[in-house]
Design a protein around this ligand. Structure first.
Ligand code: HEC
Ligand code: HEC
Length: 171
């Protein structure tokens, strides 16, 4: 809980910049409520489910024995326009980590709820952002794709500041 009104106001301000990152297409395209990754953002004409009938299944990595994400997504970005982007691993986020289409207020409650973050508190949430290969890809998405705003380091710093201010959410 924020200690003062001023902390609360400042904290909500910091959160809204964190929200700009977490709700960016480079992040939410993988943090979806079902097993269909999304194609959204300036680079795509319209928001749509991933083409080619891609299904992540319960594995979140594709259809075992048929078609895995890594059938197309290599360890590095394709250098062809609209070619598949790539990173060390490529998979859809776990079902409980749903960020797609969430308002600032909704997503704020989600990141503070350990049942929706795989048990992570804000410090380990920030820790994940500082080292994860898929998160890093969001700032290095390759040809024609708009990167997430700020940087991983800045996002970690904002999460630490938000924590120190008592993790207030917008009303
Ligand atoms: C048949 C090939 C193929 C398979 C299999 C595939 N993808 Fe893709 N994926 C692509 C291509 C090509 C693009 C880029 C499309 C474009 O830029 O127009 C893409 C783009 C994406 C994007 C959008 C990235 C962004 O923000 O611009 C996400 C997310 C994604 N894939 C996730 C997955 C996941 C998760 C799986 C496995 C469940 C998967 N893909 C399986 C070919 C594939
Ligand atoms: C290609 C798919 C993909 C993209 C793109 C992606 N993520 Fe994720 N994300 C995942 C997967 C898979 C996990 C689960 C990893 C784990 O728990 O170790 C995850 C988990 C997370 C977690 C831990 C969440 C929690 O609630 O504990 C954070 C934080 C996170 N992602 C942030 C981001 C941010 C920020 C971006 C954009 C800059 C991003 N992700 C883009 C697939 C993706």
């Amino acid at each position: 809980m924020p200690k003062t009104e001023a902390d609360k106001t400042k904290g909500v301000e910091v959160w809204s910049d964190i929200y700009k990152v977490l709700s960016h297409p480079r992040c939410v395209n993988c943090h979806v409520p079902d097993d269909r990754p999304r194609w959204s953002g300036k680079h795509y004409g319209k928001t749509q489910v991933h083409g080619m009938n891609v299904q992540a299944t319960a594995t979140r990595m594709g259809k075992p024995g048929e078609q895995m994400c890594t059938t197309c997504h290599a360890k590095t970005n394709s250098d062809v326009p609209h070619g598949p982007p790539g990173a060390e691993v490529w998979a859809l986020a776990p079902v409980e980590m749903i960020w797609w289409d969430k308002s600032s207020k909704e997503l704020c409650a989600i990141v503070k709820d350990p049942s929706k973050t795989g048990g992570r508190d804000i410090s380990s949430f920030a820790e994940h952002i500082s080292h994860d290969a898929l998160v890093a890809w969001g700032w290095n998405p390759g040809l024609g794709r708009e990167p997430a705003p700020f940087s991983a380091e800045k996002t970690v710093a904002m999460l630490e500041q938000w924590l120190a201010l008592g993790l207030p959410c917008p009303e």
